[in-house]
Design a protein around this ligand. Sequence first.
Ligand SMILES: [Zn+2]
Ligand SMILES: [Zn+2]
Ligand SMILES: [Zn+2]
Length: 140
Amino acid sequence: MKRADPPLSPGLRPTRQRRAILHAVAAEERPVSAQDLHARLRRSGESAGLATVYRTLQALADAGVLRTFQTPAGEVAYKVCEPGHHHHLICTRCGRVEEIPSCEVEEWASTVAKRRGFSVSSHQADIYGVCASCGKRRRT
Ligand SMILES: [Zn+2]
Ligand SMILES: [Zn+2]
Ligand SMILES: [Zn+2]
């Protein structure tokens, strides 16, 4: 699935390097760690140093352009998320993150909250487990 790179945040100057890094993250199917991204960029001829890649990814995450996840190895990994409220299915084996655009938690969250006199401002829910292809691999 090919989609356009997300726009850089207005607070970030669109330098060539930032765009290249964002483009590389957007091309990944899974969240990618700074080290993996750095290695990939080098292979494609991009000269960004590891410290720059770290800093840029962090700046993009702080600006809300990227979201952070954890790799199965416990590293911080970055991903371009769909805009708007959504949820994730996260595979703890291969690190794949699936976007769930619909929200079926809303009603449950407000019911639970209301019962305790709590008014909801937001909620988060990600589901962790083993994805279909990892599950298949284990059985064969
Ligand atoms: Zn997402
Ligand atoms: Zn998996
Ligand atoms: Zn939701």
